[in-house]
Design a protein around this ligand. Structure first.
Ligand code: GTP
Ligand code: MG
Length: 480
């Protein structure tokens, strides 16, 4: 199996844990990563009054202005206080809709102080029509704080409409000119942020999608950097900086009090500072999780892998995964799916040998094909003895229903019967209680397929931290 982390990450990790005893590593890593998992990052959306900040937030988060929970927008001064919006797909990201700059309530002079820019980790500076002096004040303040920002020109649809009226018109030329205008002003201040030209009303046009994609790509790295820099201030910056950083975390609820205490205790015990934490988080962000799909020959393991990858099974050559070649998909970043069909060959082995075959994977999908032979029970036992987790899947459930059609029961009854039979078997075998997912891999919208995908994503997220921690402990031990 290929390495689960890159060589350069491994070398750095080895140095971080050089003086630790390998037995201590999993516990240390898990408690650090648990705290990190709760850590929130704050992005302020700022700009002049009426620039289109609230509309941009709605478009960015996929909300309609009339939806419950959408930001209020309007042609008079609308946003009167900083309001938080949770990103729907990125649970650690909070977007803050700030009031506009340059109104009698929020004058340009006092705006940055009133808004307390120090509390935010990143900014989206929103402008419309042209770059104005107020926009330059904002980026200068952000630049002085050495915080990252995006420069976003919105209402581009309006600009295009008015340019079109002038007769001779090229959309590309007009957009190039807008971008150059933004970049010229930024370069003068020696700043080089991403520039996006967007419309909150025409989200399919211009660069709204690029803005969303770039943010998604960059934000986890930024979150790791911000977390590490807080640790730096709290433990290496002297007591004034430490107090300031702790207050900041408490004031913004970036972490709860017990997480702060856990972090302080961990630092006292291990001396785990920012540099080491950065190494760990970087390695974790590229850590490959290995999922084995276990099924007997003909049980539908490959078809299931293709379906999970979103590949069309009808297309010739869809199946590329095998026991020696994993399938990967953008839907499951940093996860490798191994198609381990033909599992009956392993079933004659002793439990010890079976565990040897299975132990290199982090998570398992066990396919039930033959209830009589009950191989799935033996596999589940082996996985539980390895203290790992699995999902149980009954494939080809459409065929199963077909064979039962003489029973004159309806579909739901047959499926309930299947689940009951399964629960009883697992109880008899003294295995932990599990849900069974009845699916047809050729139709992803039918039966429990969607439920399976949701459970899989959630389980993989949970398993990632401990898989990483134990893996690191193992390889550090091997190289001692
Ligand atoms: N055509 C067009 N109009 C927009 C766009 N974005 C915002 N608007 C309009 O501009 C006006 C102001 O938008 P808001 O989103 O409320 O602006 P804001 O910056 O949040 O305003 P304040 O909170 O009051 O500072 C509203 O009438 C919006 O409908 C856009 O991309 N295209
Ligand atoms: Mg607003």
């Amino acid at each position: 199996m290929p390495e689960k982390i890159q060589e350069d990450h491994f070398n750095k990790i080895k140095d971080v844990f050089a003086s630790e005893s390998p037995e201590e590593i999993p516990h240390q890593l898990i408690s650090l990563l648990e705290v990190f998992d709760h850590f929130k990052i704050d992005i302020a959306v700022t700009g002049e009054s009426g620039a289109g900040k609230s509309s941009l937030i709605n478009a960015f988060l996929g909300l309609n202005p009339d939806d419950r929970g959408a930001a209020s927008t309007g042609s008079v001064e609308t946003t009167k206080q900083a309001t938080m919006y949770q990103h729907p797909d990125l649970p650690h990201v909070r977007l803050w809709d700030l009031p506009g700059m340059g109104t009698p309530t929020f004058t340009s002079k006092s705006y940055v102080k009133t808004m307390n820019f120090d509390l935010y980790d990143m900014f989206m500076v929103v402008i419309s029509e042209r770059v104005r002096e107020n926009n330059m004040i904002l980026i200068e303040e952000i630049g002085q704080r050495k915080k990252p920002f995006y420069f976003i020109r919105t209402k581009v649809d309006n600009d295009m409409r008015s340019q079109k009226r002038k007769g001779k018109f090229s959309e590309k030329h007009a957009l190039d000119q807008m971008r150059q205008d933004c970049e010229k002003n930024l370069t003068e201040k020696k700043l080089d942020p991403h520039v996006f030209l967007v419309s909150a009303h025409e989200t399919q046009n211009y660069e709204m999608q690029k803005l969303k994609d770039t943010f998604k790509d960059e934000v986890s790295q930024l979150r790791a950097e911000v977390f590490a820099s807080f640790l730096d201030k709290m433990f290496h910056g002297g007591w004034i900086k430490a107090r300031y950083a702790t207050n900041h975390i408490q004031q913004t609820d970036k972490l709860q009090a017990d997480d702060i205490t856990a972090m302080q205790n961990m630092y006292k015990r291990t001396g785990f500072g920012a540099a080491k934490v950065s190494v760990v988080l970087e390695a974790l962000s590229h850590f490959q999780l290995d999922v084995a799909v276990l099924g007997e020959t003909g049980s539908g393991a490959s078809t299931l892998v293709n379906a999970l990858m979103g590949l069309d099974n009808e297309v010739c050559g869809a199946s590329t995964a095998s026991i020696s070649n994993p399938a990967i998909s953008p839907g499951y970043p940093d996860v490798r799916f191994w198609d381990v069909s033909g599992i009956e060959a392993v079933m004659d082995y002793s439990m010890y040998e079976m565990k040897q075959v299975l132990k290199s994977y982090d998570f398992y999908i066990i396919i039930v094909s033959d209830w009589q032979k009950a191989r799935h029970i033996k596999l589940a036992k082996a996985v539980e003895e390895l203290r790992k987790h699995y999902l149980l899947v009954q494939t080809k459930v459409d065929c199963h229903l077909q064979t039962q059609k003489d029973l004159y029961c309806d579909e739901a009854e047959i499926l309930d019967g299947l689940r009951a039979q399964y629960t009883q078997e697992f109880q008899t075998a003294k295995l932990s209680e599990q849900q069974i997912f009845a699916i047809n891999s050729l139709d992803r919208s039918a039966f429990d397929f969607v439920g399976l995908e949701i459970a899989l994503s959630s389980d993989l997220n949970t398993v990632r931290t401990s898989a990483f921690a134990y893996y690191i402990a193992r390889i550090v031990k091997q190289h001692k």
